[in-house]
Design a protein around this ligand. Structure first.
Ligand code: XBP
Ligand code: MG
Length: 254
């Protein structure tokens, strides 16, 4: 039985969106709302432990009683503005896909392997990122896009992956997830999915022991990726459908 679908996370996996896009958009929204704080790079990294932008802001305010405490409606309004700033940034074409991502998506298309998305981020963010990087038909290349508040519990809960698997109509054992974070890995694994990690600056010290492999990126032929955890640790590879299928078939935990 061949691999039947690849399910991609978005933030950190398709593109390195957190530090220079989401964080900046949050700060623009805080300034627009005259809030007396902003998120520097380490602070934002700390609050990435909370998935979902609204939930992240709520968690930050809970930890900082010295700042104005906002109700749910205010948080939703500020978050909506934040989404607007983020979409503007994507429309300006300021953020590339991570190395090897477009190549792997193209290979999947060539061999007829369906691709899908399971993310915590707001649907408008996914759409603007995919259109700005892959063109106006970018979102349509994914058979299913599961995003944001469509499920009751965000990652690390399995809900979004279970939703996407239901939409695809495939059992988890026939698919493979690609993630960048421990919260994402926990979500995918609890949904029953084998998972390959491409870590980022923000996630590099997280626990990925449940992953099939951990890499620094997907790699390009002229600049291969490095396997960081897994049986071939240290090896340089260009991740394609054949290699993912090989890892998925072996189901090896190293
Ligand atoms: C990342 C998230 C999101 C983004 C911000 O999700 O947790 O909250 O940081 O987007 P993933 P929103 O890695 O699953 O793509 O502000 O729209 O939540
Ligand atoms: Mg992610």
């Amino acid at each position: 039985m061949p691999l039947r679908a690849l399910i991609f996370d978005v933030d950190g996996t398709l593109a390195d969106t957190e530090r220079d896009a989401h964080r900046v958009a949050f700060n623009q929204a805080f300034a627009a709302a005259d809030l007396p704080f902003d998120w520097d790079v380490p602070t934002y990294g700390y609050y990435l432990k909370v998935t979902g932008g609204k939930e992240r802001l709520r968690s930050f305010l809970n930890d900082h009683p010295e700042y104005p405490q906002l109700g749910d409606a205010d948080i939703a309004r500020i978050h909506k503005q934040k989404t607007g700033f983020y979409v503007e940034m994507m429309e300006a074409g300021l953020l590339p896909l991570r190395p090897g991502v477009e190549r792997l998506l193209n290979v999947a298309r060539e061999v007829g392997l369906p691709i899908a998305i399971a993310t915590t981020t707001t649907p408008a963010n996914v759409e603007s990122l995919l259109k700005s990087t892959l063109g106006k038909d970018g979102p349509g290349r994914f058979q299913t896009i599961g995003a944001g508040d469509i499920v009751p519990h965000k990652k690390p809960a399995p809900d979004i992956y279970l939703y996407v698997l239901r939409q695809l109509g495939f059992p988890a054992a026939d698919c493979l997830a690609l993630e960048d974070s421990e919260n994402g890995l926990r979500s995918a694994v609890s949904a029953g999915l084998d998972t390959v990690i491409t870590q980022t600056e923000y996630t590099q010290n997280q626990d990925f022991s449940a992953a099939l492999r951990v890499l620094d990126q997907l790699g390009e032929p002229q600049a291969p990726a490095q396997i960081l955890q897994g049986r071939e640790a240290g090896a340089r590879v260009v991740v394609d459908v054949d290699l993912l299928t090989q890892w998925w078939k072996e189901k090896t935990q190293y």
